[in-house]
Ligand binder design. Structure first.
Ligand code: SF4
Ligand code: MSK
Length: 627
């Protein structure tokens, strides 16, 4: 639906540039063994596929059948996704440690209140201690939970008692963050765990170590270092690039260097240098989750989602793209050869041949950020006028909601409370809360699936919280503005949004910030009246256009926490009837959560609506006010 995307796709086509959409076509149809999860290359007796020969089912050389092979593949996806998020959390914890030790240049603790609150949760005494000392002790304690062998994670204690009991009784309680990932890899080696249910049960424990562990650590400590988000207005879409300014795009997930770039972009000497090179100023914009992080704390503009990264370069107006890690297409360096764009990678963990490498070190964070901005400015005069095509489209958005500030927004600064939200649900103005999260994927509608589904849900009085690319796609359509309530929401939701002045679709941040959805659900339970545990709440999640292993981990930690989750496309286990049945039915008896797979966004929205209606009935809540 997005005009700017269509326009830039045409520009790219005309220039003979191949983008993700053409490569998808060239790869189609995809390998049916891969899609069904019936291919295994875990050892050198194979690689094996489950096939039929002469009317007989042929299993793996070792004897593994379709259940084992697909469950092992699934658990390895969960492990990779959890590892990615948790490693992100580790990076932030490391920077907090260096900041406390006075070794991280340019960094400081911006949310002291949150730091102290977290320290108390981790049972660190804060009396008569300097902020720096508390930061060091907290970072050390958190880092030690990565390698913890036994016991329970600290932040998972935030969950309602019923969930914790379920996890303890079913050996689902994560013991350490790294430990669960390692065990997932070990169990999926040939000849270790050969029971598909047992494998998936551990997959859930691993996913929980991400949601209530690594991801939650990333969210909390990013707030501590870069300040907790507050609602902020910003602009989104390819039109945020400026013809006469030095355009710098930050892209990836871990915002440590990007935040420094944002800080340094206000430096007067750099602004002056930009003017000397003929530019009006420095324009910083973002892509993907790094964009979400800087957006919600500094209100920077956003170019778009994972699918707009190639198109941004094709505008010919990007002077420098800085990438950190995750969701960065390896196609980018080749693409930049057609333009003047400088592309810089910065993490020793994420090198890209063809990109310039400027290694990020916290010890010189601010200096490195300035060096990168300088590189962009120096590159500005190399632009080729004839290659510049910046679409006009931009849209306003409000970003930066969090578990904590929803309290204040709903209940007032001096008596922060979730009461109005719970009352809205109890009275039948709000049906429930849906989390629409995750990536954008050309296999479905390249982001439009989120938009169609969000409109259908808010029309039926479902309040939406969003993270990741789903949030950015809906923002492009104007759904993240308070005005969207009047235009699209049902009467009950409209009344609440107008009374409080919030959009019907709330931006909660990046993918690690899905942990904010978990903590917001805990607050709803604590407030009372809509269930005593997460699986009793009228809440649901969807990552319709998922592509990433991180999305599989996220989905599983929500299912393990008691929520239903819908993917637009099934993960790759459809070749095993048993694994599919366990995912969509069996697991519900254990955790209260379950999976559904539905590509049609309207049908998916109605699956959520029906689910919420059932939960409302079970809670004996009033009928919806305007139905
Ligand atoms: Fe084949 Fe078994 Fe080896 Fe997998 S683990 S490649 S199914 S022999
Ligand atoms: S994971 S939501 S593609 S950024 Fe954050 Fe990447 Fe977007 Fe998925």
């Amino acid at each position: 639906m997005d005009k700017a995307t269509q326009e830039m796709k045409k520009v790219a086509e005309k220039k003979g540039i191949t983008t993700i959409w053409e490569r998808l076509q060239l790869q189609s149809p995809h390998c049916k063994f891969g899609i069904s999860g019936l291919c295994c290359k875990n050892c050198n007796y194979g690689p094996c596929r489950i096939i039929t020969k002469g009317g007989q089912k042929v299993i793996g050389v070792c004897g593994a059948d379709e259940d084992v092979i697909s469950a092992r593949n699934l658990v390895r996806h969960i492990a990779a996704g959890s590892a990615c998020h948790s490693d992100h959390g580790r990076e932030i914890a490391k920077t907090l440690l260096l900041t406390g030790q006075g070794k991280a240049q340019g960094y400081r603790i911006k949310d002291e209140y949150k730091l102290k609150k977290l320290a108390e949760e981790y049972k660190i005494k804060t009396d008569n201690k300097s902020i720096e000392k508390i930061a060091v002790e907290l970072a050390e304690k958190i880092l030690s939970e990565y390698g913890q062998q036994e016991g329970e994670l600290t932040l998972i204690q935030r969950a309602p008692e019923k969930q914790k009991k379920t996890w303890r009784e079913n050996s689902l309680m994560p013991r350490g963050i790294d430990r669960e990932v390692v065990e997932a890899m070990s169990r999926t080696h040939m000849g270790v765990d050969n029971d598909y249910k047992n494998l998936i049960m551990h997959g859930m424990r691993c996913a929980l170590s991400d949601g209530w562990g690594g991801s939650m650590v990333a969210t909390e400590l990013t707030d501590v270092l870069f300040r907790s988000p507050k609602p902020v207005r910003a602009k989104v879409n390819l039109g945020v690039l400026k013809k006469n300014s030095v355009n710098i795009i930050i892209h990836g997930h871990v915002p440590l260097l990007s935040d420094m770039v944002a800080e340094a972009s206000g430096d007067l000497s750099l602004q002056q240098l930009a003017k000397e090179k003929g530019a009006e100023g420095i324009n910083l914009a973002g892509i993907c989750c790094t964009a979400n992080e800087i957006l919600m704390r500094r209100g920077i503009s956003v170019v778009g989602s994972v699918l707009q990264q190639e198109l941004a370069i094709a505008t010919g107006a990007v002077d420098l793209m800085l990438v950190d890690l995750q969701c960065i297409l390896p196609s980018l360096p080749e693409l930049t050869k057609c333009f003047h764009t400088k592309i810089v990678c910065s993490s020793p963990k994420a090198r890209f041949p063809g990109m310039e490498y400027v290694e990020f070190r916290e010890e010189e964070g601010l200096s490195i950020a300035k060096e990168i901005i300088k590189m962009a400015i120096e590159n500005f005069p190399n632009r080729k006028e004839e290659l510049i095509n910046i679409p006009q489209e931009t849209m306003d958005m409000v970003a930066g909601f969090s578990t904590e500030n929803i309290f204040e927004i709903l209940g007032g600064k001096y008596r922060g409370t979730y009461r109005p939200l719970n009352d809205g649900i109890i009275s039948g103005r709000i049906r429930g809360v849906a989390g629409l999260v995750g990536c954008s994927n050309p296999k479905l509608l390249s982001g439009d699936t989120h938009i169609i589904m969000a409109k259908e849900l808010i029309k039926h009085d479902v309040l939406i919280v969003e993270t990741g690319c789903a949030a950015l796609d809906c923002a492009r359509e104007g759904l993240l503005t308070p005005e969207a309530a009047k235009k699209y929401a049902g009467k009950g939701l409209q009344e609440i949004c107008e009374a409080v002045g919030i959009p019907p679709v709330l931006h909660l941040g990046s993918c690690v910030d899905n942990s904010r959805i978990l903590t917001a659900c805990c607050e709803m339970v604590k407030e009372g009246g809509i269930g005593n545990s997460l699986d009793e709440l009228p809440v649901a999640g969807a990552a319709m256009e998922w592509y990433s292993e991180k999305a599989i981990a996220i989905g599983w930690y929500f299912v393990a926490s008691g929520a239903p989750v819908i993917f637009g496309m099934p993960y790759h286990t459809v070749g095993s009837k048993n694994v599919m049945e366990f995912s969509t039915e069996g697991v519900e008896k254990i955790t209260g959560g379950k999976w559904a797979f539905e590509p049609d966004p309207i049908k998916a929205a109605h699956l959520i609506i029906e689910y919420m209606n059932k939960k409302r009935e079970a809670l004996k809540l009033k009928p919806m006010m305007y139905e």
